[in-house]
Design a protein around this ligand. Structure first.
Ligand SMILES: [Zn+2]
Length: 322
């Protein structure tokens, strides 16, 4: 097998037949290996240091009413940081929809005695709308979107986006200060574009499904995604021991916010949990259905609530406890 070397510093690179981009562990330079990918499109959100994450974890323990009482019995076992690759892009959509919605119509009627009453009945209303909008989408560039915390990071990104920098412009010193292991990108730009277009149309269709009783006509065309970026987001997982079990909390590495957690349950929580199990199974089922439909990119939409809603529905199934 051919030995790959970093284009910038000459260090040997770890490359497998699946590698799309090999980011040099020594200098941080992105080396294009295979598939469609322009390394100019790779961005990084620099991570906080391990100590910052440890402090964020302790703050979380102090601030959590259930965990605070267990503080002395909690022992941090490991703190692990990675950069996780995500694809982002914007998709412009045009189209046309006709749908029917049942609505209740009421009016006041006066009978022969002069008494008035309210009379209501259901009517089928028909709507005709045109689609003309842009969706911003984001999804994991890995095949296993169900990995702990990976989907939760997207929700957090939407709320508190980090400052990102082009990876190619990062110098070696800066890389040394912010470096973490980088999880492999398993989806190249071509695949990501294809998925994004499909998902954008799905998002719109679901939105109309949710607000109508019957879709009578649906035509929606997605243009080639624009502003494609492969963004490396830092994610940390703190593993801790409580009793005989290991639990974990995922933190976003750019601002130290906790994004997902598995947690020891106290008696009260346990009682609440039993009550919530049915709902949990239902949400889990919906989530699984969403995920099995392929490595779906999860919509990250500015200004389109429904699209975000359908994304968080997918997330709900991967969430362990929050
Ligand atoms: Zn290098």
């Amino acid at each position: 097998m051919q030995a790959f070397k970093c284009e910038r510093c000459g260090a040997p690179l770890n490359v497998s037949p699946e590698t799309i981009v090999a980011i040099c562990p020594y200098c941080g330079f992105p080396n294009h290996i295979s598939g469609s990918l322009s390394t100019e499109r790779i961005y990084i959100a620099p991570s906080l240091a391990k100590d910052d994450i440890y402090r964020a974890f302790m703050k979380r323990v102090e601030g959590d009413i259930d965990l605070r009482g267990l503080k002395d019995e909690i022992q941090v076992v490991e703190i692990e940081g990675h950069y996780v690759p995500y694809w982002t892009g914007s998709v412009y959509l045009t189209g046309e929809v006709r749908y029917m919605k049942r609505e209740t119509e009421c009016h006041t009627v006066t009978d022969s005695q002069g008494n008035t009453r309210e009379e209501c009945h259901t009517v089928e209303r028909h709507y005709h709308e045109f689609i003309d909008r842009t969706l911003h989408l984001m999804g994991s560039a890995r095949r296993q979107v169900t990995d702990f915390g990976i989907s939760d990071m997207i929700k957090h990104y939407k709320k508190r986006p980090p400052k990102i920098e082009p990876l190619k412009e990062l110098d070696e010193d800066r890389w040394q200060r912010i470096k973490l292991e980088i999880l492999n990108t398993e989806m190249d730009e071509k695949q990501a574009r294809m998925l994004m277009k499909e998902d954008a149309v799905d998002v719109v269709r679901e939105e109309y499904k949710a607000k109508s009783d019957r879709i009578e006509y649906f035509r929606c065309k997605a243009e080639e995604p624009e502003n494609m970026k492969l963004v490396l987001l830092p994610m940390w997982v703190v593993y801790y021991r409580y009793g005989n079990s290991i639990f974990k909390v995922a933190f976003s590495g750019w601002d130290g916010r906790d994004v997902a957690a598995t947690e020891p349950m106290t008696t009260l929580r346990r009682a609440m949990y039993v009550g919530g199990v049915l709902v949990g199974i239902l949400i889990g089922g919906i989530g699984a259905a969403g995920i099995s439909s392929g490595a779906a990119l999860i919509p990250l939409v500015a200004g389109a609530g429904i699209a975000y809603y359908s994304g968080s529905r997918v997330l709900a199934g991967t969430r362990i406890e929050r």
